[in-house]
Write a protein that binds this ligand. Structure first.
Ligand SMILES: Nc1ncnc2c1ncn2[C@@H]1O[C@H](COP(=O)(O)OP(=O)(O)O)[C@@H](O)[C@H]1O
Ligand SMILES: [Mg+2]
Length: 484
């Protein structure tokens, strides 16, 4: 048995782990699930010798142990495969696997022995990779196999896999699940970190749920379901049904008349105050181009654009924002945030030019209010935005964009890659923006999201708007180009 008891970890003012108990039986696949920021990686870091806990104990088979480094962890048979690979891309598979524990011959590195060893390990565990291939030339699925082989070579009995499927195709993920089951069958223990409940239920024996640094439940996978786990993750029942607005839509606040840009056919579209208009479509049918044309990031080739009654066809991004346009971009890291700037600075961006001089104290105070109001789980507003998890990074973007009560909200893939709790929060914020009278244009590849949120749904197909519906089957046909 592997037992962590009363684990506490603080990062400054933030308590990432608040007295966590985790008990794992050997020879099983044990999942640790939770929203982004729940503390999963930190908890695994404690077991893997990467994070020094402030309190609590780790014991293996009843004996308390001290794991102060990755080497200590390996000495106890514990190996961690990270969310972000730590491989040397220019070295071969074999060199990466044996690094630090190289077979030697006549005082030098024994290539042949290393390659044979990797071959044998791969065969034994169903993890076949060419030992001579350069890691940088491998697919991510293969790179992950190399990470696993490396941990196995260090004699890991306990394998920690931190969100291993995030980078895999569904087929690669299936393959990995097979390997995990096989390892457990050989008596090894697999700790599987994920927030994808469907796959957690497929592959694990037991599930421990974390929420905000505390355990909210431990379940046998055979005795629970996605709904229950989701509830434990976010602490309440999940609401995803469509909620119509209380008041009818008002005047148009966003109007496109025959607007064209590179990649787009002439588009006519109106979004009124107090409504959410969804844009459905298979990815790559002009969604990015449409968003850029509205936001001012892609030059107009024809037609007109009106925001809150002002003709802004060729206006700059700043002028559009002044007129009341908020933009939640699809790539939050490339466009939504400056990762190296602080949380407070990110919250100010876009309005900072209106100020004569930065009052840091006021900026931080305001940032703290927004972080609180938009439930951004962060340490301190002076921390870099890069320290935020995906869901919290998205909440930060949303906090900045919605705080000024914009007339028009352009929301692009607003919940892509964020977990259930954060997605639900984002949805509630968009509904609230609508209910206070904003016009929301929601561009999403997720039809469930559109059906849950949008009052009207139009379909983008090959750069043209080809129809409108709220019927799932009809939308599917339009998305496939059936209007023609
Ligand atoms: N090195 C660090 N410095 C400051 N805060 C951190 C650090 N690592 C994690 N955190 C914070 O601790 C919390 C838990 O993070 P993490 O364990 O990565 O969550 P998860 O893996 O469940 O998404 C988050 O709020 C995160 O921002
Ligand atoms: Mg993590």
């Amino acid at each position: 048995m592997i037992a962590l008891e009363g684990i506490v970890k603080r990062f400054g003012a933030l308590t990432a782990l608040d007295g966590v108990d985790l008990t794992v039986e050997r020879g099983t696949v044990h999942a640790v699930v939770g929203e982004n920021g729940a503390g999963k990686t930190t908890l695994m870091g404690v077991l893997g010798g990467i994070v020094a806990a402030d309190a609590g104990t780790v014991s293996l088979d009843g004996e308390p142990v001290r794991i102060a480094s990755v080497e200590d962890a390996y000495a106890h048979g514990i190996g961690m495969v990270h969310q972000h690979f730590r491989l040397f891309r220019r070295l071969t598979v074999a060199e990466n696997v044996v690094m630090g524990r190289e077979p030697r011959r006549r005082g030098g590195y024994d290539h042949a022995a290393a390659e044979a060893l990797v071959d044998e390990l791969g065969r034994a565990h169903g993890l076949r990779v060419d030992p001579r291939a350069r890691v940088g030339e491998l697919s991510v699925g293969d790179q992950q196999r190399v990470e696993l082989l490396r941990a196995l070579h260090r004699a890991a009995d306990v394998l920690i896999l931190d969100e291993p499927t995030a980078v895999l195709t569904p087929q690669e993920a299936e393959g990995l699940f097979g390997v995990m089951r096989e390892l457990a069958g050989q008596g090894r223990t697999v700790l599987f970190i994920s927030h994808k409940l469907r796959e957690v239920l497929t592959v694990s024996d037991t599930v421990t749920v974390l929420r905000r640094g505390s355990v909210t439940g431990v379940r046998r996978a055979s005795e629970t379901d996605e709904r229950e786990l989701a509830g434990l993750m976010v602490g309440r029942a999940i609401e995803s049904a469509y909620q119509a607005p209380d008041t009818p839509a008002g005047e148009p606040v966003l109007r496109l008349e025959a607007l064209t840009a590179r990649g787009l056919k002439p588009l006519d579209l109106e979004v009124s105050a107090g409504e959410i208009v969804g844009v459905a479509g298979v990815a790559g049918n002009g969604q990015t181009e449409l968003a850029e044309a509205i936001a001012g990031l892609r030059p107009r080739e024809g037609g007109t654009l009106t925001i809150a009654g002002r003709a802004l066809s060729d206006a700059t991004v700043a002028q559009r924002r002044e007129a009341g346009l908020a933009h939640i971009p699809e790539d939050r890291y490339a466009r939504g945030l400056a990762r190296e700037a602080t949380i407070a600075e990110n919250l100010l961006m876009g309005t900072h030019r209106r100020r004569f001089r930065l009052d840091r104290r006021a900026m931080n105070a305001r940032a703290r209010e927004l972080v609180e109001a938009f439930d951004v789980r962060a340490g301190d507003v002076g921390d870099r935005a890069a320290t935020l998890s995906g869901g919290n990074a998205q909440k930060l973007v949303i906090a900045r964009e919605l705080a000024g009560e914009p007339a028009v909200v352009l929301a692009c893939q607003p919940t892509r890659g964020v977990d259930i709790g954060a997605a639900e929060f984002v949805h509630a914020q968009l509904r609230a923006a609508r209910d206070r009278g904003a016009g929301v244009l929601l561009i999403s590849a997720d039809l469930d999201e559109l059906l849950a949120l949008a009052d009207r749904i139009v379909v983008l197909y090959e750069g043209a708007l080809v129809g409108e519906s709220r019927d799932e089957a009809e939308l599917g046909l339009l998305m496939a180009g059936a209007h023609a």
